[in-house]
Ligand binder design. Structure first.
Ligand SMILES: Cc1cc2nc3c(=O)[nH]c(=O)nc-3n(C[C@H](O)[C@H](O)[C@H](O)COP(=O)(O)O)c2cc1C
Length: 314
């Protein structure tokens, strides 16, 4: 199956493993996905710089296939991350939370493909005008930082497919090959999956986190800090406390203090899935087993094929 994204990135399947802070802040997960024909992506966000350099070296040794690095541009250490990506000659850079203009020419000069995360038509138009190579359209179903507008992947992808000329990677709400097929049918050129890759031995999170993803139903996640910069995480004591405070009309600074009292690290590293921020998407409700990342890829491809045949036979 060839799409504008498989051509652009040189990958076999139109499937991208999402950059996920902690979960893919290692080399094992991106290597496994890239070797299986998708695009593996390392998430720089929480990494110490020497750790990032080491993991990038491992990826270069571990796969001859294209791979990517996710850099949140608003991060205070983004300049360091970008330098590391540049030194490693990253084949693909997935930038989120910031403007691409300053860095784009530098990365294009070494052949890096720059994919830009957007959550609205307005962002997409800006990124397109700045000269990025493709858009990653993230809907409200997504784990992590989804669309603050709360527009679904289904509608956002369709809108961007109508209004933008760049290739589109759809992100949020997909955990199997039928979902990949659905978003390709909508006009996406590839699909990015995060939560399903948390449920792999290669994901860099505590076992409690993986078990929490398996246990979650399709209504098991919630948007915390709606109307600000919301995160989608699994419902737990922390999200209940925040939401109760919100309902009680607590002032913004006190809400902010509650928000900052919990972290993703607490859940991912320490395994505190009750009081930490267990970021995961609605798609957690579609994930019921821990499988090696290569096996996840194999199943995605088989299910995608099955969905295509099913549609063709209708
Ligand atoms: C645990 C977790 C951490 C994430 N961290 C990041 C991040 O560091 N940078 C980023 O651009 N997106 C991040 N995301 C969002 C993903 O890149 C992607 O948009 C999302 O996982 C897609 O939705 P899905 O989980 O339903 O597949 C994160 C998502 C999760 C679940």
């Amino acid at each position: 199956m060839q799409t504008r994204i498989t051509h652009l990135l040189g990958i076999r399947y139109p499937i991208i493993q999402a950059g996920m802070s902690w979960a893919s802040s290692n080399s094992a997960l991106p290597i496994a996905v890239s070797n299986a024909g998708g695009l593996g992506v390392i998430a720089a966000g929480p990494m110490r710089i020497e750790e990032l350099h080491r993991s990038l070296a491992e990826i270069i040794l571990g796969t001859s296939k294209p791979w990517g690095i996710n850099v949140p541009l608003h991060n205070e250490r983004s300049a360091e991350f970008l330098d590391a990506a540049f030194e490693a000659r990253a084949p693909v850079l997935i930038a989120s939370q910031g403007g691409p203009k300053e860095q784009l020419a530098r990365f294009h000069s070494i052949g890096t493909r720059w994919l830009h995360v957007v959550t609205s038509l307005e962002h997409a138009k800006k990124a397109e005008a700045a000269g990025v190579d493709a858009l990653v359209a993230v809907g409200v179903e997504a784990g992590g930082h989804p669309a603050p507008s709360e527009v679904s992947t289904l509608v956002l992808v369709r809108k961007l497919a109508r209004e933008c000329r760049l290739p589109i990677v759809a992100s949020g709400g997909v955990a199997d090959g039928a979902g990949v097929a659905a978003l390709l049918a909508l006009g996406a050129d590839a699909v990015e999956l995060g939560t399903v890759f948390i449920a792999t031995p290669e994901a860099n999170v505590h076992e409690n986190y993986k078990r929490a993803v398996l246990a979650a139903g399709i209504d098991g996640s919630t948007l915390v800090a709606r109307g600000r910069l919301p995160i989608r995480q699994l419902k737990n004591s922390f999200s209940a406390k925040y939401e109760a405070a919100e309902r009680a009309g607590m002032p913004a600074d006190e809400l902010g203090a509650i928000f900052n009292s919990a972290s993703l690290k607490q859940a991912a590293l320490d395994g505190d899935v009750d009081w930490g921020k267990v970021e995961a998407g609605q798609s957690a409700g579609l994930v019921d087993e821990i499988r090696p990342a290569a096996e996840v890829m194999r199943r995605l491809v088989l299910e995608l094929e099955a969905a295509r045949y099913r549609l063709a036979s209708l």
